[in-house]
Design a protein around this ligand. Structure first.
Ligand SMILES: O=C(O)CCC(=O)C(=O)O
Ligand SMILES: [Fe+2]
Length: 389
């Protein structure tokens, strides 16, 4: 089979290469195709653009679990809300407060989202990413953090390409715009209805859960909720599907480089293949997927609104040689045009204001571009917004 015919379509996104890694003068930055070509022997080596510099190379492989640390990862049980036991609600709020202060990350169990909704969404993600490349590309919108990307655009610049593909849908109050994408991907097919129905059902579940969790997080801070709600009312949310194909050199690449999520918090549904790593106490920790749980990570905007009390956590995704992986991230973000100010109750003499006022939009229009190098080396964007600098 000729190399170009592997691209299976007229519209493929190969990029002319200055120093070709393969015989033809093209470099194909599509991890799923590269993975197949490496397996079939059509390609001998990973294209150089994917190889990590030493300092970002994964040091822990995807399934090395440190049980002693795993048992420390906080577990937040929403079942405590309705269990009828006295004081259960306060126990839940205390647990949540500690999880957000000490980790910025937790497993969320008894969350009320039916397993069937998660499984249906995972099935749709698998179906979408297994389409021929030219068909997935119909959902590609150049230059935007929206739609399908074979080169994932992440908020944090990365020194190497990510070994993953992504598909982002955005919308307000959980109404993510799905049907335009679906009609482009399947102009004649019935598949579009199935896809949109599942996305709608899943996001509806996520909105319910997101609101419940948002209110609990605010309650756990013991502050007036009005201050927080102005930033996420209506909720600015997005649904992001991740696909990590198998890779023959998993310790030389990253599925998704180290980053902090920018928003309020992220609800992540995993399949049973590990790959998420979070940084805690200076070490990378592999997070074992739990089929009964979402993982939740606090984002930078919540860190700023709480004046640094709740921590955004650095995380990344690693890949492996034998099992492809899918994850579904639901991001709750903030109104991009509002100045972010901490809750007044969280600023006092002992806790002076940590960050200057800034908007979410400022990050994209100026802050990020001024600090690309530091960010690609793992810095958090909030470091450049310190009130004292
Ligand atoms: O797939 C994962 O485990 C991580 C995904 C992630 O961090 C993201 O989509 O922001
Ligand atoms: Fe993330």
């Amino acid at each position: 089979m000729g190399l170009l015919s592997v691209l299976e379509g007229p519209n493929s996104d190969f990029i002319p290469s200055k120093s070709p890694d393969i015989n033809l003068n093209v470099e194909i930055n599509i991890p799923s195709l590269l993975s197949n070509m490496l397996q079939d022997g059509l390609l001998k080596e990973l294209p150089r653009g994917y190889l990590c510099p030493e300092y970002t190379r994964p040091t822990v492989t995807y399934d090395e679990y440190d049980e002693s640390v795993l048992t420390d990862i906080p577990v937040i049980d929403l079942g405590l809300l309705n269990c009828g036991k006295p004081n259960a609600g306060n126990i839940l709020l205390g647990n949540l407060q500690r999880a957000c202060e000490e980790w910025g990350f937790f497993y969320l169990i008894n969350h009320g989202v039916p397993k069937s909704h998660v499984q249906a969404m995972q099935k749709q993600a698998r179906q979408f990413f297994s389409l021929p490349h030219h068909q997935k590309r119909r959902a590609h919108i150049p230059g935007q953090r929206l739609g399908y990307h074979s080169m994932q655009p992440t908020t944090t610049p990365s020194p190497s390409l990510h070994w993953s593909e992504g598909f982002t849908m955005k919308g307000l109050a959980g109404h993510v715009h799905c049907s335009e994408f679906a009609t482009r991907i399947w102009p004649q097919g019935q598949e579009k209805f199935g896809f949109c129905d599942v996305v709608e059902e899943y996001t509806k579940s996520m909105v319910g859960l997101e609101m419940k969790l948002r209110d609990l997080i605010i309650e756990s801070l013991g502050v007036d909720s009005k201050h927080f709600k102005q930033y996420c009312n209506p909720s600015f949310s997005s649904l992001h599907l991740n696909y990590y194909p198998t890779c023959p050199q998993p310790t030389n690449v990253v599925g998704m480089g180290a980053h902090y999520d920018m928003g309020f918090f992220t609800l992540l549904a995993h399949d049973d293949v590990g790959g998420l790593q979070v940084q805690h106490g200076g070490k990378w920790v592999n997070v074992k997927p739990r089929s009964d749980a979402f993982t939740v990570n606090i984002g930078d905007m919540l860190q700023a609104l709480t004046n640094g009390r709740y921590k955004s956590i650095k995380h990344r995704a690693v890949v492996n040689e034998s099992r492809e992986r899918y994850s579904i991230a639901y991001f709750l973000s903030v109104n991009p045009r509002l100045d972010l100010n901490p809750a007044p109750e969280l600023v006092d003499e002992q806790h002076p204001r940590l960050y200057k006022p800034f908007t979410f939009l400022d990050i994209y229009t100026s802050v990020r571009n001024k600090h690309l190098d530091e960010l690609s080396r793992g810095a958090q964007v909030l470091e450049f917004l310190r009130a004292s600098s």
